[in-house]
Design a protein around this ligand. Structure first.
Ligand code: OSB
Ligand code: MG
Length: 348
């Protein structure tokens, strides 16, 4: 097992109600298994995952285990609740090697009966004034997107409603609009915002209330705008969220959930309970974006996912093999993730 650090600047910061993301640092993991070299990526986002230091410690410990143990020992040494990004890095490398050894694209390793060439995706638009927000949505629509997710909750509800209204005035009505408040609203603000977002045809709002407030989210459902939970899944069992009837949609971030396999399992569980899974990145480099794409590709009729985040990075670990056209992302059909480990370069 090999671990190499990297750090990549964003081309422009992503501003959310909760944080401003301007750079992504992490580790490329390589692991030899069944005659193949698999590649993975551990890109922690503190607050969502462990810190960079804790991720490094997790991977260092795992390297020691790998020196005289098998892959099962390594997986068991990486706890999804305490070091989810480190576990994601190793688990992805292992899955990439397994899928390569079986000569199938990773999504088919999850579901051998599936054929999936494209996954629908949303464009991700950060906080900004109404004009800037609408211009970003117009650019996305011109580039072929038919679903946009707007970050909200950084401004007053009045200002956010003005932003969404401006978007609605400027783009075709068949463009799907989603919002993501990243936990910023009080009960009163959330109820008011949802009342006013419903006539603007916003399909769902992600995390209107703080993560712990499952009851509050359950009460917000059924008012014309779907309720999606994201932060509520950080450090909490998905079963408890499903049991609380708190969501119409679950946002599944493989980097936060401890790997692509965990995310895939939880997506199927959500579906069984009538909750729609949506897979997203945490603004990752190309290896983790591909892993998330394969998770989404393994889910039949998946809703638009938050995977089109590659153009946020000013540099990347390797060329991105995917393209987005007409609102969907192409899925590599070569074996594994669809990336050649020798093309993955860190600056270390
Ligand atoms: O879902 C998307 O469109 C992209 C991913 C995204 O928004 C995100 C990226 C990093 C951290 C948090 C979030 C989020 O969904 O809240
Ligand atoms: Mg979110």
């Amino acid at each position: 097992m090999n671990v190499d650090p990297f750090s990549l600047p964003l081309s422009g910061p992503l501003v959310t109600a909760r944080e401003t993301i301007s750079q992504r640092s992490g580790f490329v993991v390589r692991y030899d298994h069944r005659g193949e070299t698999g590649v993975g990526e551990a890109t922690p986002l503190p607050g969502w995952t462990e810190s960079l230091d804790d991720c490094q410690r997790g991977l260092d410990d795992a390297t020691t285990v790998a020196a005289d143990g098998g892959h099962t020992d390594v997986l068991l040494s990486l706890d999804a609740a305490s070091v989810p990004a480190a576990r994601h890095g190793f688990a992805t490398a292992l899955l990439d090697a397994d899928a390569k050894a079986d000569s199938v694209p990773l999504y088919q390793w999850f579901d051998s009966d599936r054929h999936c060439n494209r996954v629908p995706v949303n464009a991700t638009v950060g906080d900004g004034p109404p004009d800037e927000t609408a211009a970003a949505v117009e650019r996305a629509v011109a580039a072929g997107y038919d679903c946009c997710k707007l970050k909200v909750g950084k401004r007053t509800v009045d200002e956010d409603i003005e932003r969404v209204r401006t978007v609605r005035e400027r783009v075709d009505e068949d463009v799907t609009v989603r919002a993501d408040a990243n936990g910023a609203w009080s009960h009163e603000e959330a109820a008011d915002a949802i009342d006013r977002l419903a006539p603007l045809d916003v399909s769902y709002v992600e995390q209107p209330l703080p993560a712990d407030d499952l009851t509050g989210h359950a009460e917000l459902r059924g008012n014309g705008v779907g309720i999606a939970l994201d932060e509520s899944l950080v450090g909490r069992r998905v079963d408890s969220v499903l049991d609380a009837d708190a969501a119409d949609v679950l946002i599944l971030k493989p980097m936060v959930l401890g790997g692509p396999g965990n995310a895939h399992t939880l997506a199927l569980r959500a579906r069984e309970q009538g909750v729609e899974p949506v897979v997203t990145t945490t603004i990752d480099a190309v290896v983790a974006r591909l892993a998330a794409l394969h998770v989404a590709a393994a889910i039949p009729d998946v809703a638009a996912c938050g995977l089109a985040t590659g153009d946020r990075l000013a540099a990347d670990l390797a060329p991105d093999p995917t393209t987005v056209t007409d609102g969907s992302m192409s899925v590599p059909q070569s074996a594994g993730l669809g990336i050649d480990p020798t093309e993955v370069e860190t600056d270390a």
